[in-house]
Each structure stands twice: as structure tokens, then as C-alpha cells.
Unconditional design. Structure first.
Length: 203
């Protein structure tokens, strides 16, 4: 699949804002400043699609982008930003629960984790949420350009081990090193989205 058309559709804060309809959804989640907006723009071949801010925690809404008139790419607000109030963190958690509850078209998630660091507690919680709601997921290991190519495989293996240990599970975790800077990982993620949007809607 090639993404030839991508446009902002609408924002959601509460379940009443959910766009509904029959189109499948692929949600992107990650810690604040992990490079989510940059990756979305890279995948969509549009540098201005998702707003890229130097200030972490800028995305505070769930943003829907219509891709090829056939599915939604859903940009979830970044988590784990320390400089927000407890009320804002609680509001974020409530927003996520509302989304997972009503998003019947959600086929899969792409969870972004910085390849240079061990997954945070918030990263692990997001994966646990995906498992709890029965949502398939893959991990996009961002900022791959920051480490040597010869070391990327080692970092990916360590990340997979860390996630498996944190969740106390034995499973194959699909992790793809990505970088919008050195143009890596796009084909794998787009292929994953194509595969998951072609499958049956989550029961």
C-alpha cells in the first residue's frame, strides 16, 4: 500500500465526539516527545499533516486523519509528560478509556518507544491496555538514527526482552526501528497498517 491521500478529519475529547462509521482505525500511541507527529507525517508523505512541536505534551486531543479514504490513522495524545497537573493526567486516562470503549473500528495499535531507552512504566501500561482490550499491536522503535546501524538489532532484542519481562509473558513482539530522518521503517509500518485494516473488525 502507498499512502496517496491523507487529511485531518476531526478531533475527539469525549466519547460523544467519536466519528463512528464503518472505517477501520489504526491508533498511534507514545510518550511525549517520542517522535509520533514526525513519524505520522513521514508515513503520510506530508510534513504538515500532524503538528510537530518542540514542546512535549502539546497534543491534548485524539486526532483522526483519513488515509486513502479507506481508514483512520488515530493520533493519541502523548503520555508521560511530567509537567502537567494530576487533573490533566486523570483527564488523559479518562480520554483513553473512553476511546478504547467506543472505538469499535480499532484494528491495531502502533506503540512508539525510543529505541535508546528501556520502555517506561507508561509504555508498559499502554501495552497492557492493548492486551486488556484485545488490540493487536506493533512497536515502532523511534529515533533509530541516533544509534549506529550495527547496534540497532541489539537494541531491538533488548527492548523485546524488557517488555516480555515487564509483562511476565512469553510472546513474539514485532519491533521495527524507525526514523523519519534517515527514512527507515516506513515500508514495514505501512504494510502492517494495510494488513490490519484488511482484517475483520474487532468483536
Amino acid at each position: 500500500m502507498e499512502i496517496k491521500k491523507a487529511a485531518f478529519y476531526k478531533s475527539m475529547k469525549k466519547s460523544v465526539d467519536y466519528p463512528g462509521g464503518d472505517l477501520p482505525e489504526i491508533a498511534f500511541a507514545g510518550k511525549s516527545n517520542v517522535g509520533k507527529s514526525s513519524l505520522i507525517n513521514y508515513l503520510a508523505n506530508n510534513s504538515k499533516l500532524a503538528y510537530v512541536s518542540k514542546q512535549p505534551g502539546k497534543t491534548r486531543l485524539i486526532n483522526y486523519f483519513l488515509i486513502n479514504d479507506s481508514f483512520y490513522l488515530v493520533d493519541l495524545p502523548g503520555y508521560g509528560f511530567a509537567r502537567v497537573s494530576k487533573a490533566e493526567k486523570d483527564s488523559w486516562a479518562e480520554m483513553m478509556q473512553d476511546y478504547f470503549r467506543v472505538a469499535r473500528g480499532l484494528r491495531a495499535m502502533v506503540i512508539l518507544i525510543d529505541i535508546r531507552h528501556n520502555p517506561t512504566g507508561d509504555d508498559v501500561q499502554m501495552i497492557e491496555w492493548a492486551a486488556h482490550y484485545g488490540i493487536p499491536f506493533m512497536v515502532a522503535a523511534t529515533k533509530a538514527d541516533k544509534i549506529a546501524k550495527s547496534k540497532r538489532f541489539h537494541y531491538v532484542v533488548q527492548m523485546a526482552k524488557y517488555i516480555s519481562a515487564a509483562l511476565d509473558i512469553d510472546m513474539d513482539i514485532d519491533i521495527v526501528p524507525v526514523s523519519s530522518t534517515d527514512k527507515r521503517g516506513k515500508e514495514e509500518i505501512v504494510a502492517y497498517m494495510e494488513k490490519m485494516t484488511a482484517e475483520e473488525t474487532r468483536a
